[in-house]
Design a protein around this ligand. Structure first.
Ligand code: SF4
Ligand code: SF4
Length: 372
């Protein structure tokens, strides 16, 4: 397992976490086995999206004796009505539900408390109104019941606004290969880096659409973070390719595949044992014709380099550092097998890049930022 810093929270989270949405409705035994397998394999970030009593009871049972091994989230505003999930902006109902969640999980705090599923401007205004959910989350933080405040949502404009407001520490947003060219997505990722907001990538499989056997699928707007897309797949896509794309994106700290059984958990964690060539996702981008010419997607299709430069990772670090040069980014750059200044300008990478990236000027920028 690899661990990454979750933005300004400073938490070291596993790069692959666990989304628990699909554990809802499973037996207690199934929930316990998935959570224990995840923890034993090094997963330390669990996203808990519901406040449903049975779901929380099962997760509470799974976490007994393991609470301190994981970072837990909860979603303020994800409540229950008539036994079903129901979103609310009522501070009173949100408070009741959150306190119930802590009791059922047998813990006194969560690590990240998300302002849940905030999309439209109207919704955002309700969330930040005086006495509303944001104020409630701040009070919980003061009381030690939540360590950090996040926001989850599916709209680029609202998410960007929240990131730039300075009010949130973590953003949870859909990121997957099919949404690569959604307008504004790259800017949003860079805004997270600039404001040191931890980025949690949800829906790495586009709600399962990318893994479906159907060649043509429709991915809804809430799954892309932008416009709805009609996708035509010319070949099957693997969970590992999906995760590989997500983990390559600038600023992503962790992704939370939703696994409802041990088989799905194993398919996600197989990422760590999969050879580089099987992680390659670049063909998928060309397939969907959704890449933007000249934009690096960090796929390393341009290797080998005679100077052993890891072009994808170097450009990825550069793009993050251009927003905010942190000690972590410097350390990651220093740990690379070769530096940008080792480039002999042979041009082989630019020739090989299927996405028209002019690599050498980017390496010169990396030298300026990291080496001078
Ligand atoms: S330069 Fe091109 S081939 Fe190399 S990592 Fe970037 S997008 Fe991939
Ligand atoms: S131009 Fe530089 S980075 Fe690209 S292959 Fe040649 S030496 Fe490597």
């Amino acid at each position: 397992m690899e661990y990454r810093r979750l933005g300004r929270t400073g938490l070291d989270v596993s790069a692959i976490g666990l989304g628990t949405e699909y554990l809802n409705g499973q037996t207690r035994q199934a929930v316990v086995s998935v959570v224990h397998e995840a923890i034993n394999r090094g997963v330390n970030y669990l996203d808990l999206v519901f406040s449903l009593p049975e779901y929380l009871g099962n997760l509470g049972a799974a976490l007994r004796g393991h609470r301190e091994r994981v970072f837990l989230t909860a979603h303020l505003g994800s409540t229950v009505k008539d036994g079903q999930y129901c979103k609310t902006r009522s501070a009173k109902r949100s408070e009741r539900c959150f306190l119930d969640l802590l009791a059922r999980l047998g813990t006194d705090r969560v690590d990240v408390l998300f302002l849940h599923n905030c999309n439209s401007q109207k919704d955002y205004q309700q969330v930040i109104r005086p006495g509303g959910p944001l104020d409630l989350a701040r009070r919980f933080r003061q009381e030690g019941k939540a360590r950090f405040i996040g926001l989850s949502g599916h709209t680029i404009s609202t998410a960007t606004q929240a990131v730039e407001s300075g009010q949130i520490d973590v953003l949870m947003f859909p990121i997957h290969v099919a949404g690569n060219a959604v307008p504004g997505k790259k800017d949003l990722l860079q805004a997270c880096a600039a404001h040191d907001v931890g980025l949690v990538a949800m829906k790495p499989f586009a709600g399962g659409k990318l893994l479906s056997k159907d060649r043509t699928v429709r991915v809804a707007g809430y799954q892309t973070g932008g416009e709805a897309l009609n996708l035509k797949k010319s070949s099957p896509i693997t969970p590992v390719q999906c995760l590989s794309y997500v983990l390559a994106q600038a600023g992503v700290s962790t992704t939370v595949p939703g696994c409802k059984n041990l088989g799905e958990m194993a398919a996600a964690l197989a990422y760590w044992e999969t050879p580089e060539e099987e992680r390659d996702f670049s063909a998928l981008l060309a397939d969907f014709e959704q890449y933007v010419a000249g934009d690096c997607v960090y796929c390393n299709h341009c290797l080998p380099c005679p100077s052993a430069i890891d072009v994808g990772q170097t450009v990825r670090l550069l793009e993050m550092a251009r927003q905010r040069l942190t000690a972590e980014l410097r350390a990651a750059y220093d740990a690379l097998p070769a530096r940008a200044s080792d480039c002999i300008e042979c041009g082989a990478c630019t020739e090989r890049c299927p996405f028209g990236v002019d690599v050498i000027p980017k390496l010169k920028l990396a030298i300026e930022l990291f080496e001078s």
